[in-house]
Design a protein around this ligand. Structure first.
Ligand code: FAD
Length: 397
C-alpha cells in the first residue's frame, strides 16, 4: 500500500519525537516510524535515564523549546526533580534530571497522540524511495507486510543514519566501548526510598562502560561498531555477560533476594554508530565558535561554560535532497559528536529538523533549498535562541 504524508520521520528516539511534535503541531500530516513499540529510543528502550543539562553550568539556560518540554515530560509521571538552584550564582547543580524510562514513555505517548502524529510502531523503515538524488519517502516493513510511505520531506532520526546511508549519503562509522545500563533492585535502595518517602532511589542503575576505560570491561581496548547484525548480537551478549558476572559476585556477598537486575535495555547501548557527512560538520574544539547558520545551542555536560552552536548544515546530508538528519546521526565528529549525541541536543536538532520540514512544505520546496536565515527567523520567533549572541551579552568563560 502507498500512504501519503507531508513528512515521514524514521525513528522515535527523542530526536524523532521532537521532530514529530514540531511538525504535527504545525499542521503537517506526520508519520513517525519506530521499529520498537516504545517512543524514546535510548532514553527509554536503552534505559539511559539521565536527561543531561540544558544550562551552561554557570546558571544560564542555553537549550530551549522541545528539549525543555521533553525534560518536563520525562518527570511528569514521576519520580525525580530538577535541582533547585541550578540557576543560582554560583549554581547548585545543573538544569538536568534523572527520570523513569517507563514514565517518560507514558508522557511521550500522550504528547504524540495529542499532537495528532500518525504512529507506525513495530515498523522498520527499510529503504529510502529515490527519485534521482531526491528521497521521496521510505519503504517500511511491519506485520502488515511491506508498504510505501511517501512525502516531500523525510527525516532520518534512526540514530544510526540508516536511511541516509542507504540513500548513498557518505557517512562516518563510530567506534564504541562495551556499555550497559540496567535498572538494579537492592534492599538498600528500597529502604532509602521508604525512609525518604520518595521513589527516586529506585532508579538505581548498574552501569558500566563510560567514556573512559572502565574496570568492569576487560575488553576496554576492543572497540565495537554497528555495521552488521552479528556486531549488535556480539555487543549485546558481551554486555549481558559482564552483568551476569557482576551479579554472581554480588549475590555471593549479599544473596539473591537482596540484589538483582530489574530491567534490561532492549536496545544495544551504542553511543556513536554512524553519522552523516553533512554540508557542514561540527568539529572538536569548536565550543564557543560562531556559525553563520547556527540553529541552536548545546551545552557540554562535562565542562561548565562550554557551549556549542549547532550549524543547520550539519542536518543536511550531502548527496541526497528531501532528507534531513536529526539526533545522534547529524554531522559532528570527534569530541563534537559527544556533545551532539546526548538527549537535549538530540531533542534540539529534532525540533530544528521539524521546523525546516514545516517551512519546506509550506513553500512547496525542499529543506536543502531553504536559506538557513529562514530557519533561524522561525526559531527566534518561537523563542528558541540560535546562537551564542541570543543568550549572552558577553561570551561565557
Ligand atoms: C551507554 C550510554 C549512556 C548514555 N548516557 C547518557 C546520559 O547520561 N544522558 C544523555 O543525555 N545521553 C546519554 N547517552 C546518549 C543518548 O542516550 C542518546 O544518544 C540519545 O538518546 C539519542 O537520541 P536519538 O533520538 O538521536 O537516537 P536513538 O535514541 O538511538 O533513537 C533512534 C530510534 O530509532 C529507532 N530506529 C532505528 N533504526 C530504525 C529503523 N530502521 N526503522 C525504524 N526505527 C528505527 C530506534 O528503535 C530508536 O527508537 C548515552 C548513550 C549510551 C549508549
Amino acid at each position: 500500500m502507498d500512504y501519503r504524508y507531508d513528512v515521514i520521520i524514521c525513528g522515535a528516539g527523542v530526536a524523532g519525537v521532537a521532530a514529530a511534535l514540531e511538525c504535527a503541531r504545525g499542521g503537517l500530516a506526520t508519520a513517525l516510524v519506530e521499529k520498537t513499540i516504545l517512543p524514546g529510543g535510548l532514553a527509554t528502550s536503552g534505559l539511559v535515564n539521565i536527561y543531561l543539562p540544558l544550562c551552561d553550568g554557570q546558571g544560564t539556560q542555553v537549550t530551549f523549546g522541545l528539549a525543555e518540554e521533553l525534560l518536563h515530560l520525562a518527570l511528569k509521571y514521576g519520580p525525580g526533580d530538577i535541582p533547585a538552584g541550578w540557576n543560582a550564582r554560583p549554581p547548585a547543580g545543573r538544569l538536568q534530571a534523572a527520570f523513569s524510562p517507563a514514565s517518560f514513555v507514558l508522557a511521550l505517548d500522550e504528547a504524540l497522540q495529542g499532537a495528532g502524529v500518525t504512529l507506525w510502531l513495530d515498523t522498520l523503515a527499510c529503504t529510502p524511495l529515490p527519485d534521482g538524488d531526491r528521497v521521496t519517502g521510505v519503504a517500511v516493513e511491519s506485520k502488515g507486510g511491506r508498504d510505501r510511505l511517501l512525502a516531500p520531506v523525510t527525516i532520518d532520526a534512526t540514530g544510526d543514519a540508516d536511511i541516509a546511508a542507504r540513500a548513498g549519503v557518505p557517512c562516518e562509522v563510530g567506534t564504541n566501548i562495551l556499555s550497559l545500563w540496567a535498572l538494579a533492585a537492592t534492599l538498600d535502595a528500597a529502604r532509602q526510598a521508604i525512609d525518604a518517602g520518595d521513589g527516586t532511589a529506585l532508579l538505581t542503575l548498574f552501569a558500566f562502560g563510560g567514556d573512559a576505560v572502565d574496570p568492569h570491561v576487560e575488553s576496554a581496548e576492543r572497540t565495537w561498531t554497528l555495521e552488521r547484525a552479528a556486531d549488535v548480537t556480539a555487543f549485546a551478549l558481551a554486555a549481558r555477560a559482564v552483568l551476569r558476572e557482576h551479579y554472581q559476585a554480588a549475590q555471593a556477598q549479599v544473596g539473591r533476594r537482596n540484589s538483582f537486575p530489574l530491567t534490561l535495555p532492549t536496545m544495544a547501548q551504542y553511543r556513536m554508530t554512524r553519522r552523516i557527512h553533512g554540508r557542514a560538520t561540527l568539529r572538536a574544539g569548536q565550543a564557543g565558535r560562531r556559525h553563520a547558520d547556527a540553529v541552536g545551542l548545546a551545552a557540554d555536560w562535562r565542562a561548565a561554560g562550554s557551549v556549542w552552536e549547532i550549524p543547520y548544515g550539519a542536518l543536511l546530508p550531502t548527496g541526497a535532497r528531501g532528507l534531513l538528519a536529526a539526533g545522534r546521526c547529524i554531522s559532528a565528529t570527534g569530541d563534537a559528536w559527544h556533545v551532539t549525541r546526548v538527549i537535549p541536543a538530540a531533542a534540539l536538532t529534532g525540533q530544528v529538523a521539524g521546523v525546516a520540514a514545516r517551512l519546506a512544505v509550506a513553500r512547496r520546496g525542499l529543506p536543502d533549498a531553504l536559506e538557513a536565515a529562514a530557519v533561524q527567523e522561525e526559531l527566534r520567533r518561537m523563542g528558541i535562541p540560535c546562537g551564542l549572541a541570543d543568550v549572552y551579552s558577553a561570551p561565557p568563560r
